[in-house]
Every structure is written in C-alpha cells, then in structure tokens.
Design a protein around this ligand. Structure first.
Ligand SMILES: [Zn+2]
Length: 280
C-alpha cells in the first residue's frame, strides 16, 4: 500500500487556540512537537497496516513546520510553498494511474462557520462558509474532492469531535479519530499527547487495512461540481470574483461550476488566495 498523509496543525491534540499555530508565537515550537508526534503515530500505524511507502505533505501555514530529522525515517516529507497546497504530491503519474492507494488526514479541523469546532476555518480566515454542491464542507471535503479525482480515497481523518461529527456527511466510510473535544472556536479539552498518538496510530492502521480491502471510496461529486464561498466582507468577494468563470451570486458570495472536479478545486484555491492577497 502506498500511503499519502496530509498533516495540518489546528486539529492536533493539545492545540486549542490559533496563536501557537503561527510560526512567530513563542509556543509554536511546542505545537510543532505535538504535530510531529501525531504525524509519526500515523506513519507507524500506516506501516503496521501494510504501507510500503509513505509520503507526508506538511499542510499547515507556510508548509514547512515539521522538523525533518524528527519525522519517522520510513517516510518522505514534502514541504514548502506548493501550488497544490494540502494535496500536493498526490497527483497521478504520466500514465494517469493513482499515485497512492489511500490518503490520511491528520490534525484536520472543522469547516469555516462551524458553530463550535476548534479553530474552524477553510484554507484561510477569509471564507465564512464554503459549500460543495450546495452543502457546507471544509478542507477535508475539498481536499477529498481533488484526491478523489486522482483516484485516491480518504481513509482517516483526525481532529476534534466537531470534525468527527461532520466528516460522515461527505466521507461516510472514513475512519475518524478524536484527540480533543471542542469547547468553542478558541478552546478544546485534549487527551494526553501519548493517548492521542495511540488513537492516531490505531486509526491509521485500521484505515490502511480497510483500504486494502477496498472499503474506502474516492469522493465523487457531480458533474457539475459547484463550489461557493461566502466571505465576511463584500470586497473579498469582489476580488475572488475577478477570476475567470467565477460568478458573483450574492452580497458576499462567489460561485464556480465545472464538470471537472479539479477545475472546481483549483478555482476554490485561487478564490481563497485572491481574498487573502487583499487582506482577507
Ligand atoms: Zn487547516
């Protein structure tokens, strides 16, 4: 089994406030240690479940958080500024065949606009809510859309209980691991990091084993695939709406529709980045 792991930071156990997820915060190094521990737990679980190769995509912020020497030596680490962001490195090869058999999402978090999820957001602080095919979703859903187009199912999602509640709306087959209980956007009750690691390890093992049995399915949406973003302010929608093919459909809402899920995903990323570029 070839395993792809996308690791974010806001959903890691012990991280309960946005401040330490920023690289200039004095608590950031401690947050990185927690992120590395859950990453390694996922790698260990994947290997125990039958993985023969593991690629870890560092998927938070500037995307060079993990200290490479601290990551399990069986894994390869993809870091840095990646156009494909949280799904970088998972693209098919020249023959079009899938590059991985299963993807694991570690340290993920609830969608933007979730009433309770810890550090709930979608790709940036700009979207107030993001929808796929008219239904709210988060990074887990949008990333699963791109991976699904590449033939890769999502086998595991780890994070808080709010995330675990919403994931089955999109990925009902996916293993879920809860490492903290959300207590609002800036607060969470976390299990001890060693307990979190045990849970992530066990979840990753089950996910890879179940994927080998064909129990994990690539997410298929549409056609057409419709992505919408509600922004907090109209000027963010003005700038996102300049992207060719994007429609302005509300005071603060933009919409993009395409038959190709990868075009929809790329439009979502580009709209988000345009909004961030102008201060969203
Ligand atoms: Zn995130």
């Amino acid at each position: 089994m070839r395993v792809y792991i996308s690791v974010d930071m806001e959903g890691i156990g012990g991280i309960s406030h946005p401040a330490p997820t920023g690289s200039k915060d004095p608590k950031y190094p401690a947050a990185v240690d927690l992120m590395v521990a859950e990453t390694n737990a996922a790698i260990e679980g994947a290997l125990a479940g039958g993985a023969r190769s593991v690629l870890v995509n560092d998927s938070h912020g500037g995307m060079y958080n993990l200290k490479p020497a601290d990551v399990h030596r069986e894994a390869t680490v993809l870091q840095g500024q990646k156009a494909w962001s949280m799904v970088a490195g998972a693209q098919p090869g020249p023959d079009g065949a899938p590059s991985f058999d299963v993807a694991l999402f570690v340290g993920y978090h609830a969608r933007a606009g979730h009433p309770r999820g810890t550090i709930a957001h979608t790709y940036s602080g700009a979207p107030v809510e993001s929808r796929l095919d008219g239904r709210p979703t988060g990074e887990y859903g949008l990333n699963a859309l791109a991976l699904g187009a590449w033939g890769i199912p999502v086998g595991l999602v780890t994070g808080d209980d709010a995330l675990a509640e919403e994931v089955p709306n999109w990925l009902p087959w996916t293993e879920r691991v809860v490492v903290k209980t959300a207590d609002g956007g800036h607060s969470a009750a976390s299990v001890h990091p060693s307990v979190a690691a045990e849970r992530v390890r066990a979840g990753a093992k089950r996910a890879v084993q179940r994927a080998a049995l064909g129990e994990m399915l690539p997410l298929l949406v549409g056609p057409p695939v419709v992505v919408e973003i509600d922004f907090g302010q109209g000027f963010l929608a003005d700038h996102a709406g300049i992207l060719p093919g994007v429609e302005r459909v509300g005071d603060r809402t933009v919409r993009f529709a395409a038959d190709d899920p990868l075009l929809a995903f790329r439009a979502f990323l580009a709209m988000n980045r345009l909004a961030v570029a102008v201060g969203g």
